[in-house]
Design a protein around this ligand. Structure first.
Ligand code: GRF
Length: 212
């Protein structure tokens, strides 16, 4: 069965949404750079193997990235899912997993890349806000967009209320994007992602015994 690994740093609510979606793919492991990430306990409660690669134990980003890649590779995943993973990954890491590294960002990219997206959306007075699942490239929050979901910004929104509504949408679209990837339905054409129809494996449609 195809497998994926999920990288987290904190609550892991997107990771939990992926686990709850009961996708027909194996989550080989949940890896965190933060030993205190509460998401690790959630993963364990779902019977998922967990691992820690603590960034504070490494001299610099490069040596951390190498250690993280070694840990990831030990599970041989076909997809790496960043779910609230709060470390910037270096170019070597990102290039190594090009097309197999997915992230969720709490804004409608290309609007509001980076941090504090909800506060910035309120400050700029946008009427529509949301979230984006995208492939990761060396340019932060600029990779090819796979799926987005929008929410209306209400006149009485605080950054917390807006974040909560966006998070609900994150939990809806991330499992969808991961399913599409694992079903082989995403085609990268330049900087664009095209969703193609499900590939039907014809060998599953007839019994070999009947067709000798
Ligand atoms: C989410 O908004 C995610 O998009 C961002 O971090 C927030 C928390 O994610 N990167 P989670 O609850 O740890 O999945």
């Amino acid at each position: 069965m195809k497998s994926l690994v999920i990288l987290i740093s904190g609550h892991g609510s997107n990771m939990q949404a992926l686990l709850k979606a009961k996708l027909p793919f194996r989550v080989a492991a949940v890896i965190s750079n933060n030993p205190g990430a509460t998401g690790l306990e959630i993963a364990k409660a779902h019977g998922i193997e967990t691992a820690i690669v603590d960034h504070r134990a490494y001299l610099d980003r490069k040596t951390f990235d190498v250690a993280l890649a070694e840990k990831v590779d030990s599970y041989q995943p076909c997809l790496i899912v960043l779910a609230g993973f709060m470390r910037i990954l270096g170019n070597d890491f990102v290039d190594c997993y090009s097309g197999k590294l997915m992230n969720i960002h709490p804004s409608l990219l290309p609007a509001f890349p980076g941090l504090c997206t909800h506060a910035r959306a309120l400050q700029d007075g946008v009427k529509i806000h949301g979230c984006t699942v995208h492939f990761v490239t060396s340019q932060i929050d600029c990779g090819p967009i796979i799926i987005q979901a929008a929410v209306s910004v209400l006149s009485n929104d605080t950054k917390e209320s807006l974040a909560a509504r966006v998070l609900q949408q994150e939990h809806r679209i991330y499992p969808e994007a991961v399913r599409w990837f694992m079903e082989g339905r995403l085609r990268l054409i330049g900087n664009h992602v095209k969703l193609v129809a499900a590939v039907v494996d014809e060998s599953t449609l007839c019994s070999p015994k009947l067709h000798k």
